[in-house]
Design a binder for this molecule. Structure first.
Ligand SMILES: Cc1ncc(COP(=O)(O)O)c(C=O)c1O
Length: 396
């Protein structure tokens, strides 16, 4: 068992920036599921009811039959974990996570391939980001074996919930939170890790469609020294009002700009951004570099690799709102897209804002480079292209 005491907290481990190492090193792993005890739901959903849900699952509305739960306390460290009914819940209103937001999460997917086998994508990257988020929020990091073992155990048990359709998948949601029922403002002495799963449909049921974005001039997502590079609950609570403002202004998504100079593009809602200069084989891609205020997306990291594979020049740099606007006006910027686990790669077609005006992107989105990268990534995830980077992890 790993024992975590708060004085052990390695503060530097919470930081992604300036590590000088590969952001998410890929390693082959043996199965870690064996340690998790099985106490499955005694009344799982009927096949007929489940089939009906899988026809149109939406996003995060239906949960599979089971979850994996592990707990931590200061004296004993992490328990080995158990698979239990997803209808089980525990905890009280005093839980630290509810009052002080000591809560982090992850998001990844399980994909069924044509031959019926089931894989997930770069789970060790999500495990590492989860550990970095934990350290930033003064939570004990979940060991990688427990993180991945929980995924293997839950997906094997609930494999009937993985849709048999390349446009759909089973979304996996790891969650860790301070579960001690006590109101002291300090790191929780009891912590819970839960993995839950939801079938999810095609993000674009009618084909990939460019989104419109609203630049958030009034609200800031993350400031230097804050929690921007951690996937913590509070970041999302604080984003809701800006997303509501985007919607009120007729836009699909909010785009965040930096807190200090209020000038540079950081990211979009729950996705990282790429800007394409030029076209064809000589296209050059720029993505905002990880300054400590952006979430270091696993999809972003994968797109950087795939773009190099496809022969594009790629650069992690800075791009200001003015450069984006002027680049679109001159035709220098030909495409803009956002990327993340939920929607994979989403073209951006139109920008609007309070202080910087409105503009459209060259062909209104869905450009050639965007769609080529999207296809390259989806084909690896769904087993239709060779997994040359060892990104797939077999579950079933
Ligand atoms: C704020 C934010 N940025 C970027 C991303 C994209 O990250 P990933 O590609 O790992 O899903 C997410 C989603 O997790 C996010 O919530």
């Amino acid at each position: 068992m790993t024992t975590f005491v708060h004085s052990d907290l390695d503060v530097s481990a919470a930081k992604v920036v300036a590590s000088g190492q590969a952001l998410y090193p890929t390693q082959a792993r043996a199965s870690a599921a064996a340690a998790i005890a099985l106490h499955p739901n005694a009344s799982p959903m009927s096949g007929a009811d489940r089939t009906k849900i899988l026809e149109n699952p939406g996003f995060g509305q239906y949960f599979s039959d089971n979850v994996v739960r592990a707990t931590w306390n200061k004296a004993q460290g992490w328990t080995a974990g158990e698979l239990i009914s997803s209808a089980t819940s525990s905890g009280g209103f005093g839980m630290n996570a509810l009052h002080y937001g000591q809560s982090i999460f992850e998001g990844l997917k399980a994909y069924r391939h044509e031959d019926g086998s089931i894989y997930t994508f770069r789970p060790e990257a999500n495990a590492l980001r989860f550990q970095r988020s934990a350290t930033r929020l003064a939570l004990p990091p979940v060991p990688t074996d427990l993180f991945i073992g929980a995924i293997e155990t839950l997906v094997r048990q609930d494999q009937a919930w993985v849709p048999n359709d390349p446009d759909k998948s089973l979304y996996l949601r790891p969650l860790e939170f301070g579960s001690e029922n006590a109101l002291g403002v300090r790191p929780s002495l009891e912590v819970t890790y839960v993995l839950m799963a939801c079938p999810v449909g095609a993000y674009f049921p009618k084909g990939v469609k460019p989104v419109s974005v609203w630049l958030s001039d009034d609200y800031v997502r993350a400031a230097p020294g804050g929690t921007g590079e951690a996937k913590c609950a509070g970041n999302y609570a604080a984003s809701l009002v800006a997303q509501a403002e985007a919607t009120e202004n007729g836009c699909d998504q909010v785009v965040w700009i930096d807190a200090t100079e209020r000038k540079y593009i950081e990211e979009m809602g729950g996705m990282n951004m790429f800007f394409v200069y030029g076209s064809g084989d000589s296209a050059r891609l720029v993505t905002p570099r990880l300054t400590g205020t952006l979430l270091p997306g696993v999809t972003r990291d994968s797109v950087l690799t795939l773009a190099r594979d496809l022969g594009y020049q790629v650069e992690e740099g800075t791009i200001s709102v003015e450069q984006w606007r002027a680049g679109c006006a001159s035709g220098e910027i030909t495409e803009t897209f956002a990327c993340g686990t939920a929607a994979v790669i989403t073209p951006v077609g139109r920008v609007d804002s309070k202080n910087s005006g409105a503009w459209t992107i060259a062909d209104g989105g869905s450009g050639e480079v965007t769609m080529k990268l999207r296809a390259a990534l989806v084909e690896i995830q769904t087993g239709r292209a060779p997994d040359t980077h060892n990104w797939l992890h077999r579950l079933v």
